[in-house]
Design a protein around this ligand. Structure first.
Ligand code: NOJ
Length: 512
């Protein structure tokens, strides 16, 4: 286990929209280098960088044309190496985004694979044996190329699935078993790409759709085997390199597949969504909502057993948001967001802060889809630095996406000096997390009060007790602890005769 993970706090950067230094309206690597000090000041000591590889950008770079080349619009490979070096100088690690499940349809491997004549890459993708063969249970693109066959896609139509074979082979004429040498060669090709960037100074990878490799592998047994092998390579050759899975199944990702971390993703109805974004029968029923209609047990019943089963082997990662989900400003007010983020930064696991969430950037509604963003586009708009042109993102007349044009658009400049800002809460909480090990990534958690359809939520981490009440009603519960000091609070709480009253919209950390 890379040691640095025990104190890691990540900042996710969507490179298109972070900082443009060459005036083309698109963020670049030099722009990230120039803002490393900003990331450090937030308290973050690691960055997850969304894909920066050469790509036609049909899916914002998750359609890789060349895994070993930085997209010219972001800079060069040397620029990326410089980013690693400059980040390391100030104690920041950089995870690249690895996209192992599919490539762009313009990737040279695919251009070869599409050819009628057999070649080294014929089996790098999954083709049926004839264009007339298109079993409906598979997502196939039909009649596209000279090769007589249809190919499987992994996500959008422009993203053909790489071939890691099938766990259950149902059509032996075109499906390779997962232990076929050609299927195993795909995994080796991915390892080669990983070594390429690790040798250049990358600190690991966030792995896109990590569970999607071997097909017909419902329990993900063969897929996990591939990642175990990758983990063995890391343990042997790059013991400080870290892997975080986009999987959302910690037992499989961490215990079976050997990932160091797994994201707790916002899947509708799961525990994470029940905390932050859940609407049922037209009513908001997220726990973090003023109307107080949430149910914390919907989160705890899922999270606590997962944590119990995996905490010895890795971390469950909470995120404020990411480039695939609407920003929290879309469904919660500022006070509620502060409560939600404060809580999130006191939970165990490795936290991830999505760029702009620290200043309360708004989800931009009604934007025309950009690079396969669709409804996600509104969460991918340029970072808002200050009051200058394009809010300091770029000098260009036209940007990758428009910046928030509201007169009160939050910026780093106006939020970092505001004592009531989300920025203040986030930076305070990250600082406390680094200062007090009990509040950090490894520490334990014990639920003190977490009742069905009730508020507040109270939990204990070492000698600290955290109580949060996002509802608009004061709530009083029995509280048998002797409080030595208040470490941090906002909103009001009252402690009297062994009863704790958490007033509407309040958060407190007691030392007991
Ligand atoms: C998950 C990524 O986060 C998302 O942005 C992308 O579109 C899909 N995987 C496909 O690669």
């Amino acid at each position: 286990m890379p040691k640095w993970l025990s104190d890691a706090v990540f900042y996710e950067i969507y490179p298109q929209s972070f900082n443009d230094t060459n005036g083309d309206g698109i963020g670049d690597i030099q722009g990230i280098i120039e803002k490393l000090g900003y990331v450090k000041d937030l308290g973050c000591n690691a960055i997850w960088l969304n894909p920066v590889y050469d790509s036609p950008f049909m899916d914002a770079g998750y359609d890789v044309r060349n895994y070993k080349k930085v997209a010219p619009r972001y800079g060069t490979n040397d620029d990326l190496v410089r980013l690693f070096e400059e980040a390391h100088k100030i104690g920041i690690k950089i995870l690249l985004d690895l996209v192992p499940g599919h490539t762009s349809e313009t990737n040279p491997w695919f251009l070869e694979s599409k050819k009628a004549a057999k070649n080294e890459y014929t089996n790098r993708y999954i083709f049926t044996n004839s264009v007339w063969e298109a079993p409906p249970e598979y997502r196939l693109m039909c009649g596209i190329c000279e090769r007589d066959g249809n190919y499987l896609v992994n996500y959008f139509s422009s993203q053909p699935a790489l071939n890691y074979g099938f766990y259950k082979v149902t059509h032996p004429d075109w499906q390779l078993p997962y232990d076929h040498p050609d299927a195993m060669a795909t995994a080796e090709a991915m390892k080669d790409i990983m070594r390429f960037w690790l040798d250049k100074g990358a600190d690991g990878f966030r792995v896109d759709m990590a569970d999607s490799l071997v097909k017909n592998d419902e329990e993900k047994i063969a897929t996990a085997r591939i990642w175990r092998d990758v983990r063995e390579m890391l343990d042997e050759e790059y013991p400080q390199a870290a892997l975080v899975a986009e999987w959302c199944h910690p037992e499989r990702a961490i215990n079976n597949a050997g990932f160091h971390m797994d994201f707790y993703l916002d899947h509708y109805g799961n525990g994470y969504s029940r905390l932050f974004r859940y609407v049922k029968d037209g009513e908001n029923r997220a726990f973090f909502h003023k109307n107080g209609k949430g149910d914390i047990t919907a989160f705890l019943d899922e999270y606590m057993p997962n944590l119990r089963d995996t905490h010895k082997n890795g971390y469950i990662c909470f995120m404020t948001n990411n480039h695939d989900m609407p920003r929290m400003t879309n469904y919660a007010d500022k006070e509620t967001i502060k409560l939600a983020f404060a809580t999130l930064f006191t939970l165990p696991g490795v936290p991830f802060l999505y760029y702009g969430d620290e200043i309360g950037m708004r989800y931009q509604k009604d934007l025309v889809s950009k690079e396969g963003g669709f409804s996600r586009t509104g969460s991918r708009t340029p970072m808002q630095w200050n009051s200058s042109k394009n809010l300091g993102f770029s000098d260009a007349d036209e940007c990758y996406l428009p910046v928030d044009n509201a007169p009160d658009a939050p910026t780093v400049e106006n939020q970092s000096t505001d004592p009531n800002s989300i920025y203040k809460t986030v930076t305070d909480m990250i600082a406390l997390r680094h200062q007090h090990k009990e509040l950090g990534n490894d520490g334990k958690i014990e639920v003190i009060y977490g009742e069905k359809n009730a508020y507040p939520f109270i939990f204990k981490r070492g000698k600290y007790i955290i109580a949060v009440n996002p509802s608009s009603k004061d709530e009083t519960v029995d509280f048998g602890f002797e409080v030595k000091a208040t470490l941090y609070s906002f909103g009001k709480t009252k402690l009297q005769n062994k009863k704790l009253t958490t007033c509407a919209s309040s958060f407190v950390i007691f030392e007991v």
